[in-house]
Design a protein around this ligand. Structure first.
Ligand SMILES: NC(=O)CC[C@H](N)C(=O)O
Length: 195
């Protein structure tokens, strides 16, 4: 299996290390041609307005959407979840129009729903499909405030959805790459088998 990690900005190295630990071949994606031959793509946490701007500057939006249409799977964590969402709440006022995102997953995401950087926290979560709790790190995390009818809720915390899946798309509010526990990445790898 070959997985790409979008490496424009943010915590892409940690995802790379986690996936390599699981025996996966990993490619850092910075240009459209880096998507060739991948089964899945991870969009890391970071800062979604910066990542969105870089995605547009590097002409990656259409190729990533095409990658998904062609059967690729995508996992967005934290800022990456914002990048996947069809609707974003709380975008900064200085951005005119809609903050750039991929608009692939039928979810509404509220930016910074769990407070500011100083309010970052670690929390044991009960995640559907895992037989014990998962210690999740939240850093200026978004909350998933609405899910479409084809979206499965895999975990909720403080009344908000924090892990969701829709076919080959997965979105997490937290940072599963910042722990030693690889089980959330394993859940994603199960969705990466091309039809
Ligand atoms: N850790 C993160 O990825 C934070 C996301 C950030 N708050 C944003 O809106 O882009």
């Amino acid at each position: 299996m070959k997985i790409g990690v979008l490496a424009l900005q943010g915590a892409f190295r940690e995802h790379r290390q986690m996936l390599e630990k699981l025996g996966v071949e990993v490619t850092e994606v910075r240009l459209p041609q880096h998507l060739a031959g991948l089964d899945g793509l991870v969009i890391p946490g970071g800062e979604s307005t910066t990542m969105g701007k870089l995605m547009m500057d590097y002409d990656l939006k259409d190729p990533i959407q095409q990658f998904y249409q062609d059967g690729g799977a995508i996992f967005g964590t934290c800022a990456g979840a914002i990048m996947l969402a069809t609707e974003i709440e709380g975008q900064p006022k200085h951005i005119q129009g809609k903050q750039p995102s991929l608009e692939l997953m039928d979810i509404t995401v509220a930016r910074n729903a769990f407070g500011r950087q100083v309010d970052s926290f670690k929390e044991p979560l009960n995640i559907q499909g895992l037989d014990s709790t998962f210690d999740a790190v939240f850093i200026r995390a978004p909350g998933i405030t609405h899910v479409g009818k084809d979206v499965e809720v895999l975990c909720e915390h403080q009344g908000q959805v924090v892990l969701a899946r829709s076919g080959r798309l997965m979105a997490a509010s937290f940072h599963p790459e910042l722990t030693k526990d690889a089980r959330v990445h394993e859940l994603f790898l199960k969705t990466c088998v091309k039809a």
